[in-house]
Design a protein around this ligand. Structure first.
Ligand code: NAP
Length: 414
């Protein structure tokens, strides 16, 4: 396909899919979107770290060839006011793997969230957020090292699907009349109305991905998080469909918590992933009191959104939390925080969220050595007290450095 403004570097090769598996060349073209606000600052810093770590890991045998793609304000400047150019979507599909900085979303009006549009257009149905502790990072927990979970949040359904009817509109009145007269339910006059679709298809593909991840990465358990005691036919159904996938598709590799206690006295047999479920509210509490009991979490959209930010706070906050939105193969890795506009172009914020999202991306393409190098260098850098402002204000005697300075210090320690 030919693009108006996007250029793929001639020297790189595209990732491809063969027999349902990704084939990654040693010179892959990966897409990146700089993002708005602090996006350019953190992207510049992270690109330098990634390139240095790849060079260090493979001594020139492997190299990423970056292709810049455009979304948000930068896209609007290039594509005559279009914040969400169709060719960027095409390029992501073609390249399969891309990474993006944060994008501005207007609150309560204006255009639709670009992040939500991206997830929907590319059907990136799983939002994956690993939450792990790095030695030296300031944390409010007594034992932050016990926090080591990967959240798989369903990205396309739930109250986020945009089926909402504003109070006082003809559509709202029509639906309210139907619900009252035909379905025999009641609620306060002029209530805004929203619909919460949770399907077997959406739930099962998310839980399938979470279980596969747990198996591939030697994780001990997958917990289905839900509020099924109250919302029985949506959240409760998610739980039931989750157990169904485990039983029907991963019967040899998984075991339910009930079976674990009935047959094995609570000790999982070698090679089996335990499938359990917990009510959402108690999960928030347990993740503070006994985080070691959790490993992979599979959640619906809203619960997962809350849980991701709450857990990120346990290990250093949004400045370092990485994430990705994934379809079966296509994956867009992203900083989990927003554009923090008050810090835009100040070379001030922490680039680690984007940098660690890049590590997820390298793991995803099988270049795990890059992640190991960056993780170790990060611990050495923070251990030396060299941090950006967000950590500096929580640490005694730290040396505060700008975004670019943090990247320099980390690269020195690779
Ligand atoms: P935000 O941009 O995440 O910023 C909130 C606060 O988080 C910042 O003021 C800062 O805290 C801290 N923070 C964020 N990134 C940081 C970093 N890299 N290093 C250190 N601290 C960091 O949230 P927001 O102000 O609610 O949202 C701003 C815009 O971003 C909105 O348009 C929103 O829609 C958008 N957004 C985009 C995404 C995305 O693209 N994925 C996600 C969320 C929000 P302090 O003030 O305490 O220093």
């Amino acid at each position: 396909m030919s693009y108006r403004h996007i250029r793929f570097p001639d020297s790189g090769q595209k990732i491809s899919i063969s027999n349902n598996r990704m084939v990654v060349p040693d010179n892959p073209i990966l897409g990146f979107v700089e993002g708005d606000g602090i996006g350019p600052d953190i992207t510049r810093a992270a690109l330098r770290v990634w390139n240095a770590a790849v060079e260090k890991a493979y001594g020139g045998r492997r190299k990423v060839h970056w292709a810049e793609l455009y979304l948000g304000e930068k896209a609007s400047g290039i594509y005559d006011g279009d914040y969400f150019p169709a060719e960027t979507l095409e390029a992501i599909k073609e390249l399969i793997v891309a990474i993006k900085g944060p994008l501005t979303t207007p609150v309560g009006g204006g255009f639709r969230s670009l992040n939500v549009s991206l997830r929907q257009e590319l059907d990136l149905y799983a939002c994956v957020r690993p939450v792990q502790y790095f030695q030296g990072v300031p944390s409010p927990m007594r034992r932050p090292e016990d926090v080591d979970v990967v959240i798989f949040r369903e990205n396309t359904e739930d109250v986020y699907s945009g089926i909402e009817y504003q109070s006082g509109t003809p559509e709202n009145r029509k639906l309210a009349k139907f619900l009252r007269e035909e379905m025999g339910v009641d609620f306060f006059e002029d209530a805004g109305l929203g619909v919460k679709p949770i399907s077997p298809f959406g739930s099962k593909r998310l839980v399938r991905k979470a279980i596969q991840y747990a198996i591939d990465n030697g994780r001990a358990s997958v917990t289905l998080v839900h509020k099924g005691n109250i919302m029985k036919f949506t959240e409760g159904a998610f739980r039931n469909w989750g157990y169904e996938v485990a039983r029907e598709e991963f019967g040899d590799q998984t075991i339910s918590e009930d079976e674990l206690w009935e047959k094995y006295d609570g000790v999982a047999p070698e090679g089996k992933v335990v499938i359990k479920d917990r009510i959402a509210d108690i999960t928030f509490q347990l993740m503070q009191l006994r985080p070691a009991e959790f490993d992979v979490l599979a959640t619906m959209n809203l619960n997962g959104d809350y849980l991701s930010d709450a857990l990120a706070a346990e290990v250093g906050g949004m400045g370092i939390a990485p994430g990705a939105n994934m379809a079966d193969h296509v994956a867009v890795f992203e900083a989990t925080h927003g554009t923090a506009p008050k810090y835009a172009n100040l070379d001030k914020v922490n680039p680690s969220s984007l940098m660690f999202s890049g590590c997820m991306m390298f793991d995803y393409i099988g270049w795990r050595e890059v992640t190991t190098l960056i993780n170790e260098a990060f611990v050495r850098t923070v251990g030396a007290g060299i941090v950006t402002y967000d950590f500096a204000r929580q640490m005694e005697g730290a040396t505060e450095v700008p975004t670019s300075g943090f990247a320099d210090a980390l690269i020195e320690r690779l």
